[in-house]
Design a protein around this ligand. Structure first.
Ligand SMILES: O=P(O)(O)OC[C@H]1O[C@@H](O)[C@H](O)[C@@H]1O
Length: 281
């Protein structure tokens, strides 16, 4: 097995394929392998945040096949469009299916995704392997100590109970989002379950985008007497930066599935530490 790392930061574990990638002045992605392939089995690792990233992946896949690769697998920790996994109102696209169809057409030997937003992503992909968040959360919890797991909404419950079981039965606090009946906008949270007085709490979710969900939930947990608050999200988009989270959370944990970030509030776990476990796929 050899690697082709399309995104910086997913450090090679074992031999990797040298290549040069660039974008033509007109905006088209291009890539050239720097020599013959030493092996026919290749694992491509990549971040896919934009259609441009997908374009580079497709040209890389084609270049590998033309160079003799027979078994190409893909590791794409953050699956793009995964939140647009249903058409809520007429006129919307089903974005996750567009990406899934494009990748399925490449006939990868296996596609590995990390903690996808919902079951729709793996359902749409052929030959998919899902890496759950258990190892990531366990690694982060070692730095936090005794705490309760917070499920931010009903959709997160199934996953968080599996996580709790994997971690030896950690206590789960169930929360649910309250929405304005007219606009559907988030208006607050309901927190139910054990006494939180002075307890350290860890909110676990798949994605932090703007962070509004978690700041709102943190406020509610504080009203219930919670102690130190931590946030663990598999995919850190942080579209408003980390600052809005700084007053609510003692520490934020994420992976480098979206990009590499350095911030005093943040602990970032690199996928380079997970890649060894994928090398036999
Ligand atoms: O409040 P922000 O960070 O924008 O959004 C994060 C929430 O939006 C959902 O898709 C995620 O699963 C998470 O619950």
């Amino acid at each position: 097995m050899i690697y082709l790392h399309l995104s910086p930061g997913f450090e090679p574990y074992g031999p990797s394929v040298p290549f040069k990638a660039f974008t033509f002045n007109g905006g088209e992605p291009h890539l050239k392998l720097s020599g013959p392939l030493p092996e026919t089995s290749v694992l491509i690792t990549t971040r896919l945040n934009t259609f441009q990233d997908v374009g580079l992946l497709l040209v890389a896949t084609d270049a590998l096949r033309r160079a003799g690769a027979e078994r190409i697998s893909l590791f794409v920790p953050y699956f793009p469009g995964a939140r647009q996994d249903r058409v809520m109102v007429p006129g919307e696209p089903l974005t996750v299916k567009i990406y899934a169809d494009l990748l399925n057409a490449q006939q990868y030997h296996q596609i590995t995704v990390f903690d996808p937003h919902s079951d729709v992503t793996p359902a749409l992909l052929n030959k998919v392997q899902v890496v759950d968040n258990h190892r990531f959360v366990e690694q982060c919890l070692a730095q936090v100590g005794d705490c309760k797991l917070i499920a931010p909404d009903g959709g997160a419950l199934k996953k968080i109970y599996k996580l709790s079981e994997a971690l030896g039965g950690m206590e789960v606090v169930e929360c649910s989002k309250r929405r304005d009946v007219k606009t559907g906008d988030l208006s607050g949270f309901l927190v139910s379950g054990p006494d939180l007085q002075g307890a350290s709490c860890v909110i676990v979710d798949d994605i932090c985008d703007g962070g509004g969900t978690f700041v709102g939930l943190a406020d509610e947990l504080k009203k219930h007497g919670a102690g130190d608050l931590y946030l663990m999200v598999s995919h850190g988009i942080f579209s408003r930066g980390l600052e809005p989270l700084a007053t609510s959370f003692k520490r934020v944990f994420t992976t480098d599935s979206i990009r590499e970030i350095t911030h005093p509030l943040l602990n970032q776990v690199s996928f380079s530490s997970f890649l060894p476990h994928l090398s036999n796929q």
